[in-house]
Design a protein around this ligand. Structure first.
Ligand code: GLU
Length: 462
């Protein structure tokens, strides 16, 4: 049987890491099983859905490179189909018109609460055969009244719901629009979804959805309800914890592979392996191994993983990410050799691409921002003669590489009986504008002779 999974976000809030992890599990399982992954936008709630949220879903999925084999489908484009299914259900009696008014339903509810019963629709319109004047009916699903639904959940195990606990769900409102739980059912059926992987906040919807699928003659899919992600303090993940739009992680300089690696390990493990490439995730992942305990989001660990992925990636693969961050700083470069060289020189000392770009501005602009403290400390009048000598040594080099630069600076230090640091710091401030840069030889090699000498000259003239 071909595996079909889907990610079905509602565009009512920004796609955040919780949603991305659900998408990732669905995507991974489809990839692992050689199946199909569908993207479906559940935009039936027109008042709460926004175009911006749809855009974040599409851009976020693209940035994460979680490619869908089918879709995006939009539920708002499938209303004719839902209505057709509702007509069929009314015809075969698995659904019925309900003419109860809001006042009647409220009264029913109050009486039940007064009797300390669970409020539910009692089913008075189930056997009604005639319309009621002046009342536009809703359509309700005729839920079985006895027996139980057992959800054989891959994460939670068997969960039993008594049908007496499930009342007759409204599947179409009085204006004819279909309701959310019903659309999900029709879509999962029409799209031949075999595995529904979603947040466990949906577990309570599942028995109703299964009953509707059975009433429609469809085989319910296999369900896997994955636990929520909590904040580091154990509370539900919120904006404060990083439940921000997934695109903010791009802006903050994370690699999509690092974010996915971080998310896959929340609730799933494979021995004690921490770092996974995409390919490794695909070959090791199994939805059956996801555990049901909620896991806490740990920003420190994400940062650590990001750096690990930066260290392991081919420099060329990081170039577009660095370019993206440079562009945010108003800098642009398509000097591939420089970009790759900066990545190699800087990746040990930055946890994000954003940090790397900030620390690397001086490679990409000649408008140096001079750190006044570093200038006051290292570009002192006393340091100028030294800097002058450094300039002469460097200018005399016939070949300009990290090695020749290193040798020249070392020789000068030996000759002056000074530590290399004494020479390197004024030089560093002169070329980088601050007292922090990669090793000075690598820094100069990347800057090249002309830019290095010009910057030293500018410092000497100060
Ligand atoms: N649209 C639902 C949500 O965003 C998911 C429903 C489902 O996966 O069945 O929470």
């Amino acid at each position: 049987m071909a595996i079909v999974t889907r990610f079905a976000p509602s565009p009512t809030g920004m796609l955040h890491v919780g949603g991305v992890r659900t998408a990732l599990f669905s995507w991974l399982y489809a990839r692992r099983m050689g199946g199909k992954f569908i993207l479906r936008i559940e935009d039936t709630d027109r008042e709460r859905s926004t175009d911006e949220a749809v855009r974040v879903i599409l851009d976020g999925m693209k940035w994460c490179d979680l490619q869908a084999d089918e879709g995006p489908y939009y539920q708002t484009q499938r209303f004719d189909r839902y209505k057709e299914v509702i007509r069929g259900m009314l015809d075969d009696g698995t659904a019925y018109h309900c003419y109860c008014t809001k006042q009647e339903l409220d009264a029913m509810r109050e009486q039940q609460i007064a009797r300390k019963e669970k409020p539910r629709y009692t089913g008075i319109c189930r056997d009604r055969t005639t319309p009621r004047d002046g009342v536009a009916p809703v359509v309700r699903f005729r839920n079985p009244t006895d027996g139980a639904v057992i959800v054989e959940d891959l994460v939670h195990g068997a969960v039993t719901f008594q049908n007496t606990e499930l009342d007759d769900l409204i599947i179409a409102r009085s204006d004819g629009t279909p309701t959310y739980n019903f659309c999900v059912v029709v879509d999962d059926m029409d799209m031949n979804v075999t595995h529904v992987i979603r947040g466990d906040d949906h577990l309570n919807n599942t028995p109703r959805q299964m009953n509707m699928l059975l009433a429609l003659g469809a085989k319910p899919p296999v369900y896997a309800h994955v636990p929520m992600i909590l904040g580091p303090d154990g509370a539900k993940l919120s904006k404060r914890h990083g439940a921000v739009s997934v695109l903010q992680y791009q802006e903050e300089g994370f690699l999509p592979d690092a974010l996915l690696n971080y998310l896959v390990r929340l609730g799933w493990s494979h021995g004690d392996q921490e770092i996974f490439s995409r390919e490794e995730m695909i070959s090791a992942f199994d939805i059956h191994d996801v555990n049901k305990a909620a896991s806490a989001f740990n920003p420190e660990k994400l940062l650590w993983l990001n750096q690990q992925h930066m260290m392991r990636a081919a420099p060329a693969a990081l170039v577009p990410h660095l370019q993206f961050q440079l562009a945010r700083l108003g800098l642009d470069s398509d000097n591939q050799a420089l970009l790759e060289g900066v990545i190699v020189a800087q990746r040990e000392r930055a946890k994000t691409l954003k940090e790397m770009a900030q620390n690397s501005r001086f490679f990409f602009t000649d408008q140096l921002e001079m750190d006044p403290k570093a200038v006051a400390k290292h570009l002192t009048p006393a340091a100028m003669p030294l800097l002058q000598q450094v300039r002469e040594r460097l200018a005399a080099l016939t070949e300009w590489t990290a090695t020749t630069v290193h040798t020249a600076l070392n020789d000068l230090a030996t000759q002056l009986q000074a530590g290399l640091g004494k020479i390197a710091q004024p030089l560093r401030v002169a070329v980088a504008g601050s007292a922090v840069s990669p090793p000075i030889d690598a820094t100069l090699a990347l800057l090249g002779r002309d830019r290095t000498l010009a910057r030293i000259d500018a410092a000497l003239k100060q």
